[in-house]
Design a protein around this ligand. Structure first.
Ligand SMILES: *Cc1c(COP(=O)(O)O)cnc(C)c1O
Length: 619
């Protein structure tokens, strides 16, 4: 289960020593030993760092540095820092026990965490020597973390992530997103961020507040609120995920984080899209980019050229990327390439073909429809006949892989017949692109539409149309600005500039996805894997007595429709989801069915596991 497995607390100011006073006198006395006086606020500034680093940071403050130099008669050396540190250390060690009281709500909060099976780690700006003074005291008073790492036990203290990593190693937690770092200083928040954990800032009794419990209590309400607000803003700017008054609020925060982690639970999507993608595709998104940046534009061009390469040569054909899901690209194709006064023939055998009809209708195009049964393929001969009997038809449009049913249509035959008759040929290859061979030039396809989130195994939000360049360069027929592919083309070529905001993160993910597509071995390898997935699916479902609806000769290896018969879809869906698989309801109109996709970052072993789960469910 994707849930919080560990909470890592800071010590002073977070779980003990209200207001974090123990180190304060040490810093002040340390600098006083060199006749330099520093204010408590100054002394607190870098709180959270390894203490010697803390002193180094203080000596870098201009006026302190200048006074030190004057008094020393030379610029500050590391030896001077160490001398200050030794005074600090002596004072601190005397103070530590006195300031080891546990803060309010710590014991209850820790009880809650233990009850939930959450492990408790800790990091500190103290050294092990200092910690050894504190730990027995604190344990006696009722708080004892499962593990403690001190700043001098790692190569670098905060804000470096190493103390958190050492905790994770000891507590056997392998995912930093299942760890919550809780602290009372900016350095704590930064430490959590660099370790990529969740981060929580505690306001009351924090070093950032710098007040004793009594001082906080005696402040006028408004003044307290004002000071709390300053600290909250500091935590927010530092990058905190949550900011709480005290640890009584932590259980609630843990529950909120758990909800988010549950949403991020990865499932194998055996659906028509979006599909299961690799982690590195998702991770490719972790940077903000500007649409008009030169590097980004280069990336855009490289993606478009690679897409064109999959089905055509880049001299005669080009890819135009379009913001939006696959249907946007299909509609843009209709808008841009179909003339109002010329007849468009839509040949359909499923929901996606019917969607085209609706799109043509709304675009006020002059169209006619040739329909086939959802469970059989389009008959090229019938297309040939209608083209002969209706010469006014100028454009032919159809779906290659009808994801509604799983039928694969004979794209080459239909396109060749239409081309031979002199028609413009537009194809929706949404769910077949990069999984079935498509040769635009040889087969006479003028334009096709697909999207990032199908067999290229990218993320949803970006679609594209590949077409003959002269079609993009001709006069557009679009009555929509956003769906005008000719206008979009003018921005994208040769500059790689999207007309309007581009989904930058999705494009970066698509760049990565295409690299992986090539790495796997391109079309041949992907086709082989999907076909192997489908083969295992058919063998295993046959054993379970689950019947495929579409005749083998029309069946694609993209998605398969099965009869539900006595199975309850909802119940099976819930069972499979619990086991990490997501399937899809059927879309046939006459009988109850369900669908299983065999595309995405899915392997035959996944399909076997899925079928084992179905078997367990059916028993
Ligand atoms: C997925 C798909 C589409 C596009 O659907 P969107 O929901 O807009 O992404 C179009 N046609 C076919 C055949 C598809 O499989």
């Amino acid at each position: 289960m994707n849930q919080v497995k560990g909470v890592i607390f800071d010590f002073a100011g977070t779980t003990i020593d209200y207001g974090c006073f123990a180190p304060l006198k040490g810093f002040i006395d340390g600098f006083a030993s060199k006749n330099v006086s520093i204010t408590p606020e100054e002394a607190r500034g870098p709180m959270g760092l390894l203490k010697v680093d803390h002193i180094r940071a203080l000596t870098a403050i201009p006026h302190i540095n200048k006074e030190l130099q004057n008094n020393l008669g030379h610029s500050v050396t590391d030896d001077d820092v160490m001398e200050i540190y030794h005074v600090f250390e002596d004072v601190l060690l005397k103070n530590l026990v006195q300031y080891s009281d546990i803060k309010p709500f710590v014991v209850d909060c820790v009880d809650y965490l233990r009850e939930k099976g959450i492990k408790i780690g800790s990091t500190s700006g103290y050294t092990r020597e200092m910690m050894d003074f504190i730990l027995p005291e604190v344990r006696e008073k009722g708080y004892s973390p499962d593990y403690t790492v001190c700043a001098d036990e790692v190569t670098k203290g905060r804000p470096a992530p190493y103390m958190i990593w050492q905790n994770m190693n000891a507590l056997q937690i392998d995912n930093p997103r299942q760890v919550v770092k809780v602290g009372d200083t900016v350095a704590d928040i930064k430490e959590g961020l660099s370790a990529e954990t969740w981060t929580v800032g505690v306001v009351m009794g924090s070093s950032e507040m710098g007040l004793t419990e009594e001082e906080e209590k005696s402040l006028p309400k408004e003044e307290l609120a004002k000071r709390k607000d300053v600290v909250k803003q500091r935590f927010y700017k530092a990058g905190a995920d949550y900011i709480i008054d005290d640890l009584s609020e932590l259980p609630n925060v843990i529950e909120k984080i758990n909800d988010q982690l549950a949403e991020q639970e990865d499932h194998k999507l055996l659906t028509p899209g979006p599909l299961t993608t690799r982690k590195s595709v998702k991770l490719a998104q972790l940077a903000d980019h500007c649409t008009w940046d030169d590097d980004y534009k280069k990336l855009t061009i490289s993606v478009m050229n690679d897409i064109t390469d999959i089905c055509a040569n880049t001299d005669e054909y080009a890819t135009v990327l379009l913001q939006g899901s696959g249907s946007y690209a299909v509609e843009a194709m209709i808008q841009t390439f179909c003339k109002d006064d010329e007849k468009l023939l839509i040949v359909e055998n499923g929901a996606y073909g019917k969607r085209m009809v609706k799109q043509a209708e709304l675009a006020h195009k002059n169209y006619c429809v040739l329909s086939f049964d959802m469970c059989s393929a389009i008959d090229p001969e019938a297309v040939k006949n209608i083209l002969e009997s209706e010469p006014s038809i100028k454009t032919v449009m159809f779906v290659h892989s009808e994801t509604t049913s799983g039928v694969i249509n004979p794209i080459k035959e239909i396109a060749s017949i239409a081309k031979a008759a002199g028609k413009t040929v537009l194809v929706d290859t949404m769910s077949s692109f990069a999984a079935y061979e498509t040769n635009m030039k040889e087969w006479g396809i003028d334009a096709l539409a697909a999207s990032a989130n199908k067999c290229l195994e990218g993320l949803p939000g970006l679609s594209f149309v590949i077409a003959r360049k002269d079609l993009f360069e001709a006069k557009s027929n679009s009555k929509s600005l956003c769906l005008d592919l000719c206008d979009q083309y003018k921005g994208l070529y040769p500059d790689g500039k999207f007309r309007f905001t581009s989904p930058t993160t999705i494009l970066l993910a698509l760049r990565r996805a295409i690299d992986l597509y090539k790495m796997e071995g391109g079309l041949a390898a992907r086709k082989e894997r999907y076909a192997a997935n489908h083969k295992v699916l058919m063998e295993e479902t046959r054993k379970l007595g689950i019947k495929a609806i579409v005749d083998e000769k029309y069946q694609s290896y993209i998605i398969t429709t099965f009869a539900l018969e006595d199975i309850s879809f909802e119940k099976m869906y819930t069972h499979l989801k619990k086991n990490g698989f997501v399937i899809y309801p059927g879309k046939l109109t006459d009988i109850p069915t369900f669908r299983i996709g065999t595309i995405g970052d899915i392997y035959p072993s996944d399909i076997k596991k899925l079928c084992d789960c179905i078997k367990a469910y059916k028993k």
